[in-house]
Design a protein around this ligand. Sequence first.
Ligand code: FE2
Length: 132
Amino acid sequence: MKKKHLITWDTAFEVGIASIDSQHRTLINYINELAYTIDNRKIKTEVSTLFIKLYEYTKFHFKAEEAYFFTLNENDCLLHQLQHKHFIEELDRLIALNENETCSQEQLYLLTDWLLNHIQEEDLKFLQQHKP
Ligand SMILES: [Fe+2]
């Protein structure tokens, strides 16, 4: 059976920095895999494992992005960092709420919405303003 993808990578998601674009692609792959797993009502442990993978990768990506953004503009980077922090707190809240570390389809849609919006609006805006 063909995998039903939630998001198809689009050039509109590109911010023009290879390492960041590649990490954003990986994030989207994790989201698609998680959406597929939830859609197909796979066992809870599989959903939990993927959700934790997405959580860990998001933290890794935010750190890497912040390290780069910091070299471009310290003040704006601190503001950007706050947005990342709020997103991680939201993930922490979901994990605590679900106890078993799973994630519902609706929660995943909300997270996906936030991430795509963040990439296309905030990451892009930061780079347009500060990229040398
Ligand atoms: Fe960001």
